[in-house]
Design a protein around this ligand. Structure first.
Ligand SMILES: *Cc1c(COP(=O)(O)O)cnc(C)c1O
Length: 345
């Protein structure tokens, strides 16, 4: 048995903490090298690196955690590999192979096994793979050389003392143009969200809901999570748009709702007006960190709508699909083929 680090696992926050090993691979002369683990958490690069000048970088986020039977696993990392590939291609970054992605995740988790929180703490080891342009560019063009890295950092449970519903606002800012980069996981989509989220927090809201920029009548997603709704007839409704980031949690919850919870699922455009007309009784935000955060209220320029599920607790359908997915992730409920990727037996 490897000795765990002496951390207060249940009281970790979502912040960076340097761990022992990270994976680094370099792209030079038109090819990726094999990559390897390193102790070095520092990056030395040109003052004119592509990532610094024109934000040429894409990333992923996933977690490793301990299951009830003591295994260290990750959840559907093959989908993170596919998404990183798609993000890279959109920004003219040379994609890495799925083989290298999975190997890097495996090696980083194995090498930092002492940092993987024990079962039952609600904490996990967050993994951050990313690729960025490292060689100098001054004319606007893709960099010649790139670096791929994966680091790991232990993070605490997203909800301390239960998943309390949040109040969100309809943002006055737009997130992603119709044929822009909203559907890829890129830092540039977050840079533009900083001012919007600080503004929302100053006004007392936990998150921003962004509308479709073309018509500003349909809901898309928040800065870092997809939206799910439960209609009054118990259908799970998933907003559809080509500028929404394809959340792996959302795709998994949709499967769970249909195949484990007997819900009907519809993916379609959702008008903000439908929400204010009272068509939906529950709302949640989904992503790796929280699985689902319940939304109790939506505020559109002072006009407020409170879902029937209210501000006291998560609604019954959101609770059911969230608990089912957590059960699958933790090994209490049988997982669909290929969902759980075991790293340490
Ligand atoms: C990462 C991300 C999500 C959530 O995706 P998961 O794969 O479920 O973690 C949702 N929206 C945006 C904009 C994201 O960057």
């Amino acid at each position: 048995m490897m000795e765990k680090k002496n951390l207060d696992w249940s009281n970790l926050t979502f912040s960076y903490q340097k761990t022992d090993k990270r994976f680094v691979a370099n792209y030079k002369n038109g090819a990726w090298d094999e990559g390897a683990l390193t102790d070095d958490d520092m990056i030395v690069m040109s003052e004119d690196a592509g990532v610094l000048q024109y934000a040429q970088t894409v990333f992923e986020g996933l977690k490793a955690y301990t299951t009830k039977d003591g295994k260290i696993v990750t959840f559907r990392p093959d989908l993170n590999a596919d998404r990183l590939h798609d993000s890279a291609v959109r920004l003219e970054i040379p994609p890495i192979s799925k083989e290298m992605f999975l190997r890097s995740i495996h090696e980083v988790v194995e090498a930092n096994a002492a940092w993987v929180p024990p079962y039952g703490t609600g904490a996990s080891l967050y993994l951050r793979p990313y690729i960025f342009g490292i060689s100098p560019v001054i004319g606007v063009k893709p960099a010649d050389d790139y670096q791929y890295r994966v680091f790991a950092t232990p993070v605490g449970p997203y909800f301390k003392g239960g998943a309390k519903p949040i109040a969100v606002k309809i943002s006055d800012f737009d997130r992603a143009a119709p044929r822009g980069t909203g559907n890829i996981k890129a830092g540039l989509n977050y840079a533009m969200s900083m001012h919007a989220i600080v503004t929302a927090h100053n006004e007392g809201f936990a998150e921003n809901i962004y509308l479709d920029p073309a018509t500003r009548t349909k809901i898309e997603e928040t800065g870092g999570a997809n939206i799910l709704l439960v209609a009054n007839d118990d259908t799970l409704v998933v907003p559809k748009s080509s500028s929404i980031l394809p959340s792996i949690t959302r795709r998994s919850l949709v499967y769970v709702a249909e195949h484990y919870c007997g819900m009907k699922v519809v993916e379609r455009e959702v008008y903000l007006k439908e929400i204010f007309d009272g068509e939906f009784k529950e709302c949640g935000l989904c992503g790796t960190a929280a699985v689902i955060s319940p939304v109790g209220k939506i505020n559109d320029h002072g006009k407020e709508f409170e879902f029937a599920s209210g501000m006291a607790e998560m609604g019954p359908w959101m609770t059911k699909i969230r608990q089912t997915l957590l059960g699958i992730q933790e090994g209490d409920i049988e997982a669909p083929e290929g969902w759980i990727y075991t790293i340490v037996e």
